[in-house]
Design a protein around this ligand. Structure first.
Ligand code: HEM
Length: 532
């Protein structure tokens, strides 16, 4: 008797678990949307949760299922997820009907953790007020004024590259080297601090450690990220946190020391911290509501609390260095495989330095078109966010499908950018795609490495500025080749959550170029940052 009761309870529990992990699975069928058959609990993203495939590759499998359909239904875990493939539909989601899709996900859980108060994670009126108030930090004139700080970091980088080349017998993966430079750029330009990540003690440097806590390969972190994205309700019920506590504390203490050094008042530097201190003085920042087409626009405000300050500074630091380091290192990797493209770029850089008398200026981003094309082509093959996410915040119709609140949207940037329909011979690295007439022919909303619409990357200009400076600094003295044993097609590690990190290090050989002595930077006396 006892055993049969126990068995019935057990069978009942399994039946209940099965029911809850599959009860949504007729969602797309009822909506008449072609969909990929899901498996209980994990939906169509099982290989992601089990850490067998990278996010880009998992989404690519879904993308390929119905080649001629504008959208494909899927399930992220148990949540209905629409993979939007058609460029016109993408335009609707990211731009035309932005109001309905203004969240990146987890919109009902915005208040569950202080760190969610940042511009990347927030949505609705809160996000819009933040975006309006932070956008001026990244204007062209601000970038121009800031460029001398990036130039100072480039002079220190010039020295660091030589030191590392001699310490490693000129064979090393470019990523770590460049991330030390980009970390120095963002801490100097945004926080007015010389982080010394290009100095000798970089391994124990708090900024290096902060970066490692988030970006190092880790089964636990990867699982936690996807778990939070898919089942935020259970995630927060279990009192889990998006970022490790020591990281938040470190950033809190760091920002407090920066504010104290400026006497809690904006200075004449006009940098990110000055903006933030300006907000702090006012206690509130104001803006306009994000209104639906039928509701009126109203004024709104956001309280400038300590949590607000720390979460936004942290997100700028994290978004600011790793994305640019990843892109620059893939650019070098592809140049190492394509000597013709590399030669063309070296000539462009040499001519530029001859014209400027070995100085680097803000205008370099515009005056080095082939370098930009090399970066753009690397971003096509290796977008740092291969899948952009959105969430339906209010019922809306896309094409002929009525979507309910809470449906997730996946915009498969990686797949679109490798689709032969939009980019012939997509696996081929060919920077010429991004020059002249060829560039004009790119179908809108098929190339989106910085995203699309009002939530486009706010740091795009800053990223271009630091990537250009870093690549010029390196390539004016060294050419790169693949080191023996380096894979010619990188296999992406499923343990790196979103960024496309290679499984095996992409080692490059740094070869000193002839005539480098004529291209040494002319440095001003009064350098203010990056003295390492
Ligand atoms: C190569 C470098 C970079 C790439 C490829 C990149 C890419 C992206 C992408 C794809 C998005 C999402 C856009 C969307 O959902 O439509 C994004 C958002 C964002 N990025 Fe970047 N990014 C880069 C560098 C930077 C830098 C240097 C910063 C800061 C200094 C930054 C700060 C941000 C922020 C704050 C957001 C959120 C914007 C919002 O939601 O309003 N990014 N970035």
């Amino acid at each position: 008797m006892f055993w049969s009761i126990l068995l019935s309870i057990f069978a009942g529990a399994i039946a209940l678990a099965y029911y809850f992990s599959t009860c949504n699975f007729d969602y797309w069928k009822k909506k008449n949307v072609p969909y990929v058959k899901p498996v209980p609990l994990l939906g169509n993203y099982g290989s992601l949760f089990l850490q067998r495939k990278h996010f880009n590759h998992t989404a690519h499998d879904i993308y390929k299922e119905f080649p001629n359909e504008p959208v494909v239904g899927a399930f992220m875990g148990t949540v209905p997820t629409l993979v939007v493939k058609d460029p016109e539909y993408i335009k609707k989601v990211t731009t035309k009907d932005f109001y309905y899709y203004n969240s990146r996900g987890m919109s009902d859980y915005a208040d569950h953790e202080a760190i969610n108060k940042n511009i990347f994670s927030s949505h609705g009126d809160y996000w819009k007020t933040l975006r309006t108030n932070l956008s001026p930090v990244f204007s062209t004139s601000k970038m121009k004024n800031m460029f001398h700080l990036i130039a100072d970091c480039s002079y220190a980088f010039e020295k660091l590259i030589d030191e590392e080349a001699s310490a490693t017998n000129s064979v090393m993966p470019a990523h770590q080297l460049i991330s030390r430079f980009t970390m120095a750029c963002i801490t100097s330009a945004a926080f007015g601090v010389d982080s010394e990540t290009m100095g000798k003690g970089y391994k124990t440097n708090p900024f290096t450690r902060a970066g490692e806590m988030v970006f190092n390969k880790s089964r636990k972190n990867t699982f936690k990220n996807y778990f939070r994205m898919t089942w935020p309700g259970i995630f927060y019920l279990l009192r889990l946190k998006a970022f490790p506590e020591p990281l938040i504390h470190m950033f809190h203490d760091f920002m407090t020391s920066v504010f104290e050094a400026r006497n809690h008042k904006p200075t004449s530097r006009n940098d990110f911290v000055d903006f933030i201190l300006g907000f702090k003085e006012k206690e509130f920042i104001t803006g306009e509501t994000l209104s639906s087409p039928t509701s009126p626009i109203k004024r709104t405000s956001v309280e400038v609390s300590d949590d607000f300050l720390v979460s936004n500074c942290l997100i700028f630091f994290l978004a600011g260095f790793e994305t640019s380091a990843t892109t620059s290192s893939y650019t070098l990797y592809e140049l190492a495989k394509h000597p013709e493209a590399q030669n063309k770029l070296l000539k462009e850089i040499d001519d530029y330095l001859e014209r400027t008398g070995n100085k680097i200026h803000y205008e370099s981003t515009a005056e080095l078109p082939y370098l930009q094309a090399c970066v753009d082509e690397a971003l096509r093959l290796y977008p740092v966010l291969g899948v952009s996410t959105r969430e339906v915040v209010e019922e809306v119709t896309l094409g002929s499908v009525r979507l309910d609140k809470g449906v997730l949207i996946h915009i498969p940037t990686y797949s679109l950018q490798r689709d032969p329909k939009y980019f012939p011979e997509p696996e081929k690295y060919r920077p010429e795609r991004f020059l002249g007439e060829e560039k004009q022919k790119i179908v809108p909303h098929t190339y989106m490495p910085f995203g699309d619409g009002p939530r486009l990357c706010i740091g795009m200009r800053f990223a271009r500025m630091q990537m250009t400076a870093g690549l010029v600094t390196l390539l004016k003295k060294y050419r790169v080749e693949l080191a023996p044993g380096t894979p010619t097609v990188p296999d992406w590690d499923p343990l790196t959550a979103l960024l496309p990190s290679p499984k095996k290090p992409l080692n490059l050989k740094f070869i000193v170029r002839e005539g480098w002595e004529n291209r040494v930077f002319v440095k001003p006396e009064n350098r203010t940052s990056c003295k390492a």
